[in-house]
Ligand binder design. Structure first.
Ligand code: FMN
Length: 357
């Protein structure tokens, strides 16, 4: 058995007491019919409650901004009530859970949203296709948000955070990664605005900072995490200087005194490459969570070497509801089935076997 002991030490992420250094990375699974969480989702998340922190799939802060069809929301009272069964189930197992709060921006297709036009920082379409109820279609050209609309979305994030607390979550993770709306402001390739929300990084970060100000005011900074993906080229994103970008943001984020900063260290497609964990660690004073492609062994080494405070695992936790127990026992892992990542129902969702099964 390899030495993974460092992963089994407790740590705080703001006010959230994590029992170990494992986090369940946010994973869209598209099982929320009608954008409502359900009993199957409560079972799925509670199965994974032995990770020190469960981070839910991205959940809409504004209506009619769906990017996947059956993605959950956290904007309505009905959704708050439905999420309660999820948070109760995770807490009953002694786990902690935060919800990833999200606006898809230009990734929301009108065919998934009653014809509603997509919006973004600028009127630039993603040069790709997406799944819609009418089959695969090109992404549409979004409309550039007005300043009034930006302010309204900031308020949607604030309300989503308040709703999350009402629903029993231990906090929220603001989704600033993977080419969605916040990232569409942060990164040059999507943002050609000429007002105070475009141009230099000080301006491109304005929307993110407004969201963080609203959300931390609403629920307390010690319950707010943030996810960033400096390198991800998914959805046509590009960063000219990912290391400088990461260093600047990590430093500026100190003033928000967040529960944690969650950095994705790689690109889904392996196009953009750099070490972004080191500049994040050097400039950020709080809890640093890292993710992407970590084995338990590499994660344990990163904790031992103090490169990070916790490590989020995506696919390993998707396929292994008892991932920490398996690591501790040095047991074999279940193989993930990619065909059922986004399909409805329990298959490939709640039926991955536990070690003792
Ligand atoms: C099925 C699937 C769904 C995902 N959904 C989300 C999501 O909702 N929000 C997010 O920030 N990242 C999402 N990701 C990215 C994962 O959080 C994670 O970064 C990725 O799986 C790499 O980590 P890993 O190597 O430990 O799996 C998703 C990844 C997969 C495979």
């Amino acid at each position: 058995m390899s030495n993974t002991e460092s992963l089994f030490t407790p740590v705080n992420a703001g006010s959230i007491a994590m029992a170990n250094r494992f986090a369940m990375a946010p994973l869209t699974r598209a099982r929320a019919e009608g954008h409502l969480p359900n009993a199957l989702m409560a079972e799925y998340y509670s199965q994974r409650a032995s990770t020190g922190l469960v981070i839910t799939e991205c959940s809409m802060v504004s209506p009619e901004t769906s990017a996947f069809g059956n993605d959950p929301g956290i904007y309505s009272d009905e959704q708050v009530a439905a999420w309660k069964q999820v948070t109760d189930a995770v807490h009953a197992k002694g786990g902690k859970i935060v919800i990833q709060i999200w606006h898809a921006g230009r990734a929301a297709h009108p065919l998934l949203n009653g014809g509603k036009e997509a919006v973004s920082s600028s009127a630039i379409a993603i040069n790709d296709e997406t799944h819609t109820p009418e089959g695969k279609k090109p992404y549409t050209k979004p409309r550039a948000l007005t300043k009034e609309e930006i302010a309204a979305i900031v308020e949607d994030f604030r309300k989503a955070a308040a709703n999350a607390i009402k629903a029993g979550f231990d906090g929220v993770e603001v989704h600033g990664a993977n080419g969605y709306l916040i990232d569409q402001f942060l990164r040059e390739s999507a943002n050609t605005r000429s007002d105070e929300y475009g141009g230099p990084i000080e301006n491109r970060a304005r929307f993110l900072f407004e969201v963080l100000t609203a959300v931390t005011e609403e629920i307390g900074a010690d319950k707010v995490g943030l996810r960033l993906s400096p390198l991800n080229s998914f959805q046509d994103m590009k960063t000219e200087d990912p290391v400088g970008w990461t260093a600047w943001l990590a430093k500026e984020l100190n003033r928000f005194d967040l529960a944690y900063l969650h950095i994705m260290r790689a690109d889904f497609f392996g196009v953009q490459k750099a070490d972004v964990v080191t500049p994040a660690r050097e400039n950020y004073k709080g809890h640093l969570m890292v993710n992407m492609g970590y084995s338990a062994e590499e994660a344990a080494q990163a904790i031992t070497d103090k490169q990070a405070d916790s490590v989020a695992f995506g696919v390993p936790v998707l396929a292994n509801p008892d991932f920490p127990e398996r690591v501790k026992a040095g047991a074999a892992l279940n193989e993930p089935n990619q065909n059922t990542f986004y399909t409805p129902g329990a298959e490939g969702y709640t039926d991955y076997p536990f070690l003792d099964a």
